[in-house]
Design a protein around this ligand. Structure first.
Ligand SMILES: O=C(O)C(=O)C[C@]1(C(=O)O)C=C[C@@H](O)C=C1
Length: 307
């Protein structure tokens, strides 16, 4: 297997990839953005990409949601949950009072804003392509235009030339980022485990009162719970949106299959992005009227009547 991830080494994306069995010994090619990582999957250069999709504090990662929706022929085959801890690093000898500008990934910056406001209220923020890229930028010799970077503690272990100015600087100690492993469309559908998630992208079919309700009731009527729903602009015109949705269950479950059939009728452009095991292993509560047996029994009943 050949994998890619948002690099360089030391990002949270790499930590998520290393949680995949076998990934440690596999070929791991860093990418400079989520878009290029997914393009490598699309072109067949790699088999799969590990990309961030949502953070418990900052919400959805728009770059990922948009790129997955746009590529169309991709499949999510796995998810990983990584607890997020941030540190502030700088080249050896740098003092806190020397720091005028700090670089990191925009999602990381959003998660340390409170700490920065308290401890370094006057610093400028310089966006970085990832947390580790911002930290490694400090090592070149030439000034990168900032004196410190926010990154994972792993980066400090990998680069002893960097000193840690502060640890645990995240505003929320329980922050977790969810990553998804994205493969090509021909990837084998993971087997249902009883604790699965299904991700779909649904264009809002027509802009009229109740259009969103028509989509949601496909899930509600079959007892399928949603664990994430986000609207994103299609980019075509103001007011044109698609929904990115995670639903509890696997397409192999009768209730999910039925909900997706209903969705396809309401919004024919719906894209199936994958059914895969939940990282937390939590099985959904399924009422007796929404089990596979109940759906099969109802199907048989109609078949008998039709003769
Ligand atoms: O820059 C990294 O280390 C990443 O893996 C990206 C990313 C993100 O996109 O949210 C991952 C986890 C953290 O929430 C901050 C940054």
């Amino acid at each position: 297997m050949r994998y890619t991830f948002l690099g360089p080494e030391g990002t949270f994306s790499e930590a998520a990839l290393l949680s995949v069995p076998g990934a440690y010994d596999a070929e791991r090619i860093p990418s400079t953005s989520v878009v290029t990582a997914l393009a490598k999957v699309h072109s067949g250069e790699v088999d799969a990409a590990m990309v961030p999709i949502e953070n418990s504090v900052e919400g959805g990662v728009s770059a990922t949601l948009d790129a997955i929706a746009a590529e169309g022929d991709l499949r999510i085959v796995r998810e990983a949950l990584i607890p997020i801890r941030f540190i502030l690093v700088a080249p050896e000898g740098t003092l806190m009072e020397d720091v005028r500008a700090v670089s990191t990934h925009s999602h990381a910056w959003a998660q340390v804003r409170g700490w920065m406001g308290d401890r370094l209220p006057h610093v400028d923020y310089i966006p970085g392509s990832s947390t580790a890229a911002a930290a490694v930028g400090l090592l070149g010799g030439e000034s990168p235009g900032y004196e410190a970077a926010v990154c994972s503690p792993i980066v400090a272990e990998q680069h002893p030339e960097l000193s840690v100015l502060a640890s645990d600087i995240g505003d929320n100690a329980r922050a977790v980022t969810r990553f998804v492993l994205v493969a090509g469309e021909s990837a084998e559908l993971p087997e249902p485990t009883g604790a699965d998630k299904t991700t779909v992208v649904i264009p809002l079919p027509e802009d009229h009162a109740g259009a969103l309700m028509a989509l949601l009731e496909q899930f509600a009527a079959r007892g399928v719970n949603l664990s994430r729903i986000e609207s994103r602009p299609t980019g075509e015109a103001l007011g044109s949106y698609f929904f990115s949705v995670d639903a509890e269950g696997h397409i192999a479950n009768a209730r999910m299959g039925d909900a997706l059939r209903g969705l396809h009728r309401v919004s024919p452009g719906v894209k199936f992005l994958g059914s895969y095991p939940r990282a937390d292993g939590v099985a959904p509560l399924v009422s007796p009227r929404n089990t596979d047996a109940a759906f099969n029994e109802a199907e048989d009943w109609v078949r008998r009547i039709r003769g």
